[in-house]
Design a protein around this ligand. Structure first.
Ligand code: PMP
Length: 409
């Protein structure tokens, strides 16, 4: 993480020198609060066992709580019995299961696209969709706060293909337009954005973005990781939320959140998906999702479509926590997603609040520099449909008790 060599440590010209310097991780560990890599020993829905204690999970992306839904678990177990534990190969060769084809068809239909293609993770999806589609005369326009996986795809394109990358200010459509105006009218252009931004849970202003795309002849790519199952009609995502499903060219998302599994997919026009199927290295040269992961995602998609009350409960829970924290005096922006950010602006304070909540049996995520810009430290509270009234009460009580003790509220 850190660069440079600490006092007294001889520079030996090795790529490992930086690992022996004082890293950011060392600095954080030295404060006595290290909130990362806490192992879960058991998961019973909204409560998990960590370090031998029962903890209320208020930091997971398991938005509809489907990782422990009986139908999802049963589907995964049955798939292992039928296919074994790994698909053991790339889709191109021996790794295609009928389950993959079935899930692709169902996902495409669900989001209203002609076709879909599965990837092994959401990260690989973002990276693997963007890179094969651009060249040196195309321009990538990317929101400053896009997920790291989109940034990875962009940097690959810039490094390997010389594709110009233009980053616009977060959700700032005036800035995007100014930048669109500066590039040659005839150049290929793609605007890529998160639908819901993963740190603060805010939503892209897709109506303006799509109008700009039309005006400047650009394609629109959306990462719907935090929107699928959360926003739009029946959880169909950001484009559906705005009634703009036909204006978005490619939608990609992950199974690691609402769909209770691991893997990712992209949906779009049949020809484009077929092109990616034969040109995307991240797709072609990686083992396909296991049968159990694919069956779990299929079952989760089915539950999403047949139990719509889960989405309503998710929003109810998020609103209770958002409003409750605002009323206590926390700096919490209004929002419409499952992510409730608690803004603290100070790394030490964020870590102390995190530790206090954890001691009270509540797990949330802490974001400090360099994960986000310095001075913007925050806790990310993420809600699930499976949290019940008593869990919400405990989350709010813990925030109240520790916030008062630390004089944050
Ligand atoms: N995109 C976004 C916006 C994300 O938040 C994440 C995961 N945090 C990913 C992509 C990557 O998904 P996966 O975990 O499936 O690799």
């Amino acid at each position: 993480m850190a660069h440079g060599t600490p006092e007294g440590l001889e520079y030996r010209g090795s790529i490992f020198d930086k690992c022996y310097a004082v890293t950011k991780a060392d600095q954080l560990r030295n404060t006595g609060i290290y909130p990362y890599f806490r192992a879960i020993q058991e998961s019973e829905g909204p409560e998990v066992i960590m370090e031998g204690r029962k903890i209320v999970m208020a930091g997971s992306n398991n938005y509809l709580g489907l990782t422990t839904h009986p139908k999802v678990k049963e589907a995964a177990i049955k798939a292992i019995e039928q296919y074994g534990t790994s698909s053991s190969g790339s889709r191109f060769l021996t790794g295609t299961l009928d389950l993959h084809n079935e899930l692709e068809l169902k996902l495409a239909k669900f989001i209203g696209k002609e076709a879909a293609l599965l990837f092994s993770t959401g990260y690989q999806t973002s990276q693997g969709v963007l890179f094969p589609l651009v060249g040196r005369s195309d321009y990538i326009f990317s929101d400053h706060e896009n997920h790291a996986s989109i940034v990875a795809g962009m940097l690959l394109a810039r490094g390997a293909l010389n594709t110009p990358v233009v980053r616009y200010h977060h959700n700032d459509m005036e800035d995007l337009e100014k930048r669109l105006q500066r590039v040659p009218a005839k150049a290929g252009k793609v605007i890529v954005t998160d639908g819901v931004f993963s740190t603060f849970g805010d939503i892209v202003p897709l109506n303006t973005l799509c109008s700009l795309a039309q005006k400047y002849n650009a394609q629109v790519l959306i990462d719907d990781a935090h929107s699928l199952g959360v926003l739009g009609e029946g959880g169909r995502g950001t484009a559906s939320h705005y009634g703009l499903s036909h204006e978005v060219d490619l939608v990609f998302s992950t199974f690691s959140k609402t769909l209770a599994s691991i893997g990712g997919f992209v949906g779009g026009e049949k020809r484009v998906i077929d092109y990616l199927k034969h040109e995307s290295s991240a797709f072609m040269f990686s083992c396909s999702p296991s049968a159990s992961a694919t069956a779990a995602a299929l079952a989760a998609l089915h539950v999403l479509q047949t139990e719509p009350e889960l989405i309503r409960k998710l929003h109810f829970n998020a609103n209770v926590i958002r409003k409750g924290l605002q009323q206590m005096g926390y700096d919490v922006p209004d929002g419409q997603t499952a992510i409730v950010p608690v803004l603290l602006y100070d790394d030490a304070k964020a870590c102390q609040l995190w530790q206090g909540l954890y001691d009270e049996g509540i797990f949330v995520n802490v974001f400090i520099a360099p994960a986000i810009p310095p001075g913007r430290a925050m806790l990310r509270t993420s809600l699930m449909a499976s949290l019940e009234g008593n869990h919400l009460f405990r989350i709010l009580e813990a925030y109240k008790k520790i916030g008062k003790r630390l004089r944050i509220i």
